[in-house]
Design a protein around this ligand. Sequence first.
Ligand SMILES: NC(=O)c1ccc[n+]([C@@H]2O[C@H](COP(=O)([O-])OP(=O)(O)OC[C@H]3O[C@@H](n4cnc5c(N)ncnc54)[C@H](O)[C@@H]3O)[C@@H](O)[C@H]2O)c1
Length: 257
Amino acid sequence: MGLLSGKRALVVGVANKRSIAWGIARSLAEEGADLALTYQHDRFRENLDKLVPELPHGALTLPLDVSDDASLDALRESLAAQWGKVDIVVHSVAFARTEDLQSRFVDLPREGYALSQDVSAYSLVALTRAVLPLLQAAGGGSVLTMTHLGGERVMPSYNVMGVAKAALESAMRYLAWDCGGDNIRVNAISAGPLRTLASSAVKAATALRDVPERTPLKRNIALEDVGRAATFLCSDWAQNITGQVLFVDAGFHIMGM
Ligand SMILES: NC(=O)c1ccc[n+]([C@@H]2O[C@H](COP(=O)([O-])OP(=O)(O)OC[C@H]3O[C@@H](n4cnc5c(N)ncnc54)[C@H](O)[C@@H]3O)[C@@H](O)[C@H]2O)c1
């Protein structure tokens, strides 16, 4: 029996084997959860087709564009038909245009701001709403999102994504309050820098990976660290933890210099 035996987990955000969502999916599966993984594009579907056989019990694979309400509705209908309930939702999604990360923050155009807010922050609200009936059918559950210290402090070049993460963390807390009466917990993991598709456009992430001695533990984190912390937060062991940001960053966030 694993920690998550009998649980059904929807994981959104696997693009490839470096994705944080993939690290989380592997950990959840190791602890016995059944998985549904979503893909944004056909290109990522091909990646999933190669990755899923590595999981002990395979996984459902379903399309999802979090910025499209019809796509979210279709996901719910598909999961309702195949599973009937969902216990765990992992939201590991973000997007900003490269030019909006790399230009001066003061030059950020309205549409770049709105786009990153929609995909990176509002999508947590939209996804939670879409699967709410399935979480209720499970008698409650756990929703988890991924954030970064740049949502609280200034990280040069995180720019538009820092503002999106601040909104995401606030949305996480309001969802925790709003859905707590349904026994649904909502939390975030604030991860240290990992080399992924999304982080390749962020200069600060590259710089931090290069100086692990600036963390108390003198090392970078690994995908497995986030996976294990996520597994804990999604399990019944965390049954009275909600509205929380858990740092998985080798302690970097405590530093003043
Ligand atoms: N890599 C890091 O250093 C780091 C650190 C802290 C937090 N994070 C956060 O972790 C999360 C996952 O990022 P990652 O680093 O694993 O990169 P990634 O590129 O592997 O994952 C980002 C995912 O977002 C998905 N996505 C983007 N727009 C979408 C849309 N409209 N519909 C559906 N999916 C969409 C992509 O398909 C991709 O799977 C993000 O929220 C990111 O901000 C990353």
